[in-house]
Design a protein around this ligand. Structure first.
Ligand SMILES: [Zn+2]
Length: 136
């Protein structure tokens, strides 16, 4: 297993009424030249958590930080005007919290951050992940 120092949260940057399946995401990421979905987990609006890339493999989700991190993405992240917004449903919040708690158990020293914390030019994941999960 790789050394994991970071757990990085992302949003898919999709609109509230937009459905964005793991299959669509895979097709988009393959078009970008990735070998698979860039994230390790994808959490749908209904709280379903799809495992994507195996944890043993580096992801493709945060330039300069992929080697030692796990990438998690939730469906949403834009409001109806296309502006960055925390659009997580209660089901997504619950699934995300459950997943993060499990990962922290397996990788106790990993730090949970949002993409924005590593790249201030990005608003992803549109909420302050570092402070929301600081006590996990
Ligand atoms: Zn991101």
């Amino acid at each position: 297993m790789r050394t994991i120092t970071l757990i990085i949260i992302h949003c898919a940057a999709t609109f509230p009424m937009q459905t964005y399946s793991p299959e669509q995401m895979r097709a988009d990421h393959l078009r970008r030249g990735f070998c698979d979905i860039g994230y390790h987990y994808y959490i749908r609006r209904d709280g379903t958590c799809h495992p994507c890339r195996p944890l043993e493999q580096s992801g493709a989700h945060c330039r300069g930080h992929n080697r030692h991190s796990i990438g998690i993405c939730y469906e949403g992240g834009l409001n109806v005007h296309g502006q960055p917004a925390d659009t997580r449903t209660p089901e997504q919040r619950e699934a995300l919290l459950r997943l993060l708690a499990q990962l922290k158990q397996r990788f106790p020293r990993a730090v949970i951050l949002g993409h924005h914390d590593l790249n201030p030019l990005k608003s992803c994941p549109c909420f302050d992940a570092a402070s929301e999960y600081s006590d996990l």
